[in-house]
Each structure stands twice: as C-alpha cells, then as structure tokens.
Design a protein around this ligand. Structure first.
Ligand SMILES: [Zn+2]
Length: 484
C-alpha cells in the first residue's frame, strides 16, 4: 500500500490510490459509489447517491464566496477494464497493482483508470480541504460513461443548481475542449431470401486496415472494410455472375472496421476471371490508399466445389445497392473560425452481418450540429427504405454545441497562459463526451473541459503524468478561486 504516498499534491494522489484499490469497472460501480457516499457522510457534506450509482456531493462556499454562482465539478467513476494477455488481474475484486516510474503512474498489466479516476481524486481533494477558496460546489460523480454515458443520462438534473460546469475528462494537458459531437446508431435491416446453389466456393477477405475510433479517427480517411467489400461486390457484378453465401465485417459500431469477408460461389468456367477481377480490384484500391493504408490486402482462396445456401438474385441486388448507395466517412468539416480541422458531421459503417433471413448494417452517425445529424440519418433511412429495408435509430445522444459567449473559457485560457507562458489548444472533439448530455440537460449552461495528461487510455499501457496532474490541479484551484 501507499505506493503514491509523498507525491504532491498529496491529497490528490492519496485519494487516487484509494480509488485504484476499489474495483470500479463500468457496470461494477456500486462499491466506489458507496465509498464516495461514505466519504461525504464522514466529512459532514451533503450527499445524494442516486439509484444508478451517481453521487453528487455539495460543499458550501468558502468565506467571501457566498454570493458567487455555484460551480459544478464533474468526472466519471467507471473505468475501462483491459489487461495484458498474461495478467491474472481480476477486475471484479482485486485492487489495481499500481506502480510509479519516473513521472508516470501506471498499473502493472492493466488499465489504470486515471480516465477518469484522477478527476474523482482531484474533486475529493477539494471537497476534503478547507484551505481552498471557491464558490459553493456541486461535485458530480457519474457512472458508466465508458459504456454509453448512462450515468450522465440518468442523472437527476433537478438536483443541480450550477450553470457553470468544469468537466475533468479531457486527458491531455494544455488542451481545452469546447464542444463535442452528438451521435446515434442507424440500423439498417433488410429481409433476404436464400436458396441452394452449387459452384466453386471462394473465401475473400479484405484486411490489413488501420481501423480506429470512428469519431476521432474518421478524418484520417482510413479505408472502411465494409464499404470496400461493397465496392468489390459491385465491381464483380459488372463483370461476371456470382452468388453470395456469407458476408460480414467489423466488430463494434464505434470503430472503423479493419476487416470484412465474404464467401462466394462462382461457376467453374468463371473461376479464373473471378480471381483476376479480385486482383484487379485490389490494385485499384491499393493505389487509392497508397498513402494511408499501406497494408491493405485482399485475400482470395479457392475452397473447391460446394453446395450451399446463397442470396437469391433480388436480395443480392438489394444488398449491393445498400452497400454502394450509402454515404460514408467525413461528410462535412467545421467552418467556424479556428475550428477548420474539426469534423462536423460524419458517418461510419461499423458492423455488417448476413443471416438466413436478414442483412444488417450498423452505422454510427455523428455531428456537432444536431440538425445535421438528423438530416444524415434521414438520408440513410430514405436509401434503406427504397429497397424495402427497415431503418431504426438507437442510442441517440446530444452534442455539446460551441458557446461563443462562454464566461469560463476566456478565464481558463487567461489563467493557463499566465501559469504556463503559452497558449492552450482550444478545440471541439468529434466524439461524444458527457458534456453533451449535461449541456442538453442544463442549458443554458457554460461548460469547460480539461484534465491532466493520460497516455494510452483504455489500454493496459495507460499512464498518468504526475507533473501534469500537479499543474492541472493548480489550474483547477486557480479557476474556482477566480469564480468569485
Ligand atoms: Zn473518460
């Protein structure tokens, strides 16, 4: 125990170590939620523990701040549980095996959960102390951010008076988020018919792609394996007859798919043409992606004669229509001054499946402008319905729209510049943050978001910078002090 003792700011690291000793993976936050409640009761602070596990702790203004507007500090208390293949860590009951090396705190073979445990630790250090100056505080600890922001969605906002919110989940010192995208999942489901057919079976796999988070990485213009597979089928269709046995691609709705595969039946006399056509298509797309997908490859293997269930012609046509007609990737870049490198609206097909009855596609639609998100989703619906597919929207969450008249942001920038002697990076993010949900629930509300540097979050190599935590905590203290 006490791996972190003596590291300054001491209270912050003391609480961080305690948080690390309590299992708190997403969906398993009861214990950490109870811990926060007990902390508040212990310190004589008013506390509200919600049924879902969210905790809100209230602290009175320090002397001289009684008339200043209440400020909300916010972070999430769940963490992503990832471990190295040789780790025997049990995220349900073991304390994290944390360690320190040079300027970094990490956990041996597991995620550290500094995303966003360090926010909770900083908030607890402030709640614990009487030496800091600040307005009345509402410290909001939310559960299950990492698995769909359920805590932020379920929060009882009528218990929050603040219209100034400091979110501590940015993960990169010197960067302040000022807006985030909203999103929804668009599910396309097409009923299909199959019949038996005999031919030479081919296994075709498109692979070697980068993939990555469908929001943050969409502006890299990486190839989407599902979209490429659609193009490949269309390319084949214009040259020869073939039958589709199976079709699949992608693993997660919020990741750009790295791989897609299909099994195809062709007639014996067409098999040479088939192989040549695949090779020709591979050359074409390798050229298109010569700069950013150097490992793109299309694997094609002849598995010999087979009799199997394949898509009937009419169904195959509709499947290819959907894959070809749907838009994909970056739809629009932001045109606000200084934000020109921010993706405003985008689309990613994350999952493709084919069963005996249905062909399904799952798309992630994102935009920092709600009306653009719905316009794009409507486009998908119209394309889907044109061939008799059903289209449903799921998991809709709101954007945090840029606030030109923010009071907090210029203040934060000024404090940062005087402490660091340089300007921060101020930008929107093309991904969802809890700020979007909070913004939508409390608006009009002024929100800023920052945090200490966390490297490789969501992986077993996650690290937290100690010096960055020190500076970020100082910045947080000076910000709440300034809000007199
Ligand atoms: Zn986080």
């Amino acid at each position: 125990m006490s791996v972190l003792s003596g590291i300054k700011p001491e209270k912050v690291f003391e609480y961080f170590e305690e948080i690390c000793s309590i299992p708190h993976g997403s969906g398993n936050t009861k214990q950490i939620s109870d811990y926060l409640r007990a902390f508040a009761v212990n310190k004589g602070l008013r506390v509200n523990q919600e049924p879902c596990g969210n905790v809100v702790i209230y602290k009175n203004a320090s002397e001289g701040y009684e008339n200043s507007p209440t400020v909300c500090l916010q972070g999430h208390i769940d963490m992503v549980c990832e471990k190295a293949s040789d780790s025997r860590h049990n995220f349900k009951k073991d304390p994290l095996p944390i360690a320190v090396m040079d300027d970094e705190v990490f956990s041996r073979g597991t995620t550290l959960g500094a995303d966003d445990g360090i926010a909770a630790a900083m908030m607890l250090a402030i709640l614990d102390s009487d030496e800091y100056e600040h307005p009345a505080l509402e410290a909001v600890f939310t559960v299950d951010e990492e698995t769909g922001m359920d805590g932020a969605k379920l929060l009882n906002y009528s218990s929050i008076r603040s219209r100034r919110v400091i979110n501590l989940d940015t993960g990169e010192e010197g960067m302040f988020y000022i807006s985030c995208a909203g999103g929804l999942r668009g599910n396309v489901s097409l009923p299909v018919d199959m019949k038996e057919h005999t031919g030479i079976e081919y296994d075709v796999v498109i692979s070697g792609l980068h993939g990555g988070h469908s929001g943050e990485k969409i502006d890299r213009y990486y190839a989407n394996a599902i979209v490429l597979m659609g193009r490949l089928l269309r390319f084949l269709q214009q040259r020869m007859k073939f039958r589709i046995m199976s079709l699949s691609g992608g693993l997660m709705d919020n990741a750009i798919p790295r791989e897609a595969g299909c099994h195809i039946l062709v007639s014996n006399e067409n098999s040479t043409t088939f192989e040549q056509t695949i090779a020709e298509f591979e050359r074409i797309v390798k050229y298109e992606y010569r700069a950013n997908e150097k490992n793109l490859m299309i694997y094609c293997e002849n598995l010999g004669e087979n009799t199997a269930r394949v898509l009937r012609n009419e169904s195959a046509k509709r499947v290819m229509y959907l894959l070809t007609a749907m838009p994909d990737g970056v739809i629009k870049m932001c045109r606000d001054e200084g934000q020109e490198d921010l993706v405003e609206t985008s689309l990613n097909f994350g999952i493709m499946r084919l069963s005996d009855e249905r062909f399904t596609l799952e798309a992630g639609v994102r935009s920092s402008i709600s009306s653009e998100k719905y316009a794009l989703s409507t486009k998908l619906r119209v394309i889907a319905e044109a061939v008799g597919a059903e289209y449903t929207e799921k998991g809709d969450y709101p954007a945090w729209e840029y606030n030109e008249d923010s009071y907090l942001l210029p203040m934060l920038i000024r404090l940062y510049e005087s402490a660091y002697g340089q300007s921060p990076v101020v930008r929107g993010i093309h991904a969802g943050l809890e700020c979007g949900v909070i913004y939508n629930a409390l608006k009009p509300v002024d929100i800023v978001s920052f945090g200490p540097t966390i490297m490789r979050a969501h992986t077993p190599k996650e690290t937290l910078s100690i010096s960055s935590t020190q500076r970020t905590f100082d910045l947080l203290l000076s910000l709440i002090k300034e809000l007199k």
